[in-house]
Design a protein around this ligand. Structure first.
Ligand code: NDP
Length: 294
């Protein structure tokens, strides 16, 4: 069997088109474009690339991008003051604090200050709690994108057995909740799980969010299963160049799975597209408008 590739790049591009239409439609009731503020503390090269991409795609979707770059040695109070200013700024509909912060800063305390209605990363306790309770909120972008990709291939997920490997606050936990909300039967696996390969072989939908390069082998996958590979790992490639791989051994998995997301080009592009989606949702909700159909 050769698995169908779930093209995250193309699906993210379609989502960005819908976001751009929604952003354009919001300009009249808001009397301005929806706005996303991104805070970067320090000079971490990967974070700088992410922030640049987010700002570019925000502008391309017809939204206002506000970028704030603070020096690596910034005090906690400076970060918190900026978040509070952005909470109060009516032009800003979404606030994203680029993680990780430099080690002397307390990211939990900073995230806790973000107005939940502007929390487009879905990381505040309020939005995490809404996901748990099945209430409307702003859903963390990577899990949201992962579910959109699974549905793009399978349609209705009801009754499917989903195995999620990884239980982080950022990915594994919310992804498990979202799949349960789609009426999947969900097994959450983690580093203490026994017989992980056997558990994975039971999955109709196998989601890997571990951060270990190519850990999941082809013989861990049920023939025909849908594989969502969230992992992004940089490994040594040919000629001393590094390359990105997922948590799933792609060349093996593609022979067994029914469908699989590639790395790169799978879940990654969906994360930014869902961030833009959350920004137009936040803009509409903050102004008492119906959710745009994005
Ligand atoms: P974390 O390190 O926070 O969590 C990793 C999880 O994997 C933990 O729950 C851990 O279990 C579990 N784990 C570790 N080793 C094993 C093992 N041997 N067997 C089973 N489970 C294991 O990572 P994140 O959730 O933040 O990220 C996961 C991956 O997703 C990374 O590769 C990251 O780069 C990628 N990512 C991709 C994004 C995208 O846009 N595509 C966005 C965010 C992340 P335990 O809890 O027991 O320690």
């Amino acid at each position: 069997m050769t698995a169908t590739l779930i093209d995250g790049k193309a699906i993210a591009a379609q989502l960005r088109v819908r976001v751009a239409e929604a952003a354009s439609a919001l300009k009249t009731p808001l009397a301005r474009a929806p706005g996303l503020a991104v805070i970067l503390v320090g000079e971490d090269p990967a974070s700088q690339v992410y922030v640049r991409n987010k700002a570019k795609q925000t502008r391309e979707a017809g939204m206002e991008s506000f970028e704030f770059k603070l020096p690596a040695e910034s005090a906690q109070e400076a970060v918190e003051r900026l978040i509070q200013d952005l909470n109060a700024d009516d032009r800003v509909d979404g606030i994203l604090l680029q993680l990780p912060l430099p080690s002397h800063l307390n990211s939990d305390a900073a995230i806790a200050l973000i107005d939940p209605e502007k929390d487009v990363d879905g990381l505040t306790e309020v939005n995490a709690g809404r996901v748990l309770l099945g209430r409307k909120g702003l859903v963390a972008c990577t899990p949201q994108g992962s579910v959109i990709l699974a549905k793009s291939h399978l349609g209705d997920l009801s009754g499917k057995h989903a195995v999620v490997i990884g239980r982080s606050i950022l990915v594994g936990k919310p992804l498990s909740m979202l799949l349960q909300a789609e009426n999947c039967t969900v097994t959450m696996a983690h580093s203490r799980t026994k017989d992980l390969p056997d558990i994975c072989r039971q999955a109709d939908i196998l989601c890997a969010a571990v951060g270990r390069p190519e850990m999941i082998h082809g013989d861990w996958i049920k023939p025909g299963a849908t594989v969502i590979d969230v992992g992004i790992n940089r490994v040594d490639g040919e000629g001393g160049k590094s390359r990105l791989v997922g948590d799933v051994a792609f060349d093996e998995a593609v022979e067994v799975a029914g469908a699989i997301t590639p790395v790169p080009g799978g879940v990654g592009p969906m994360t930014i597209a869902c961030l833009l989606r959350n920004t137009v949702l936040a803009a509409a909700r903050r102004h008492g408008l119906d959710d745009p159909s994005v």
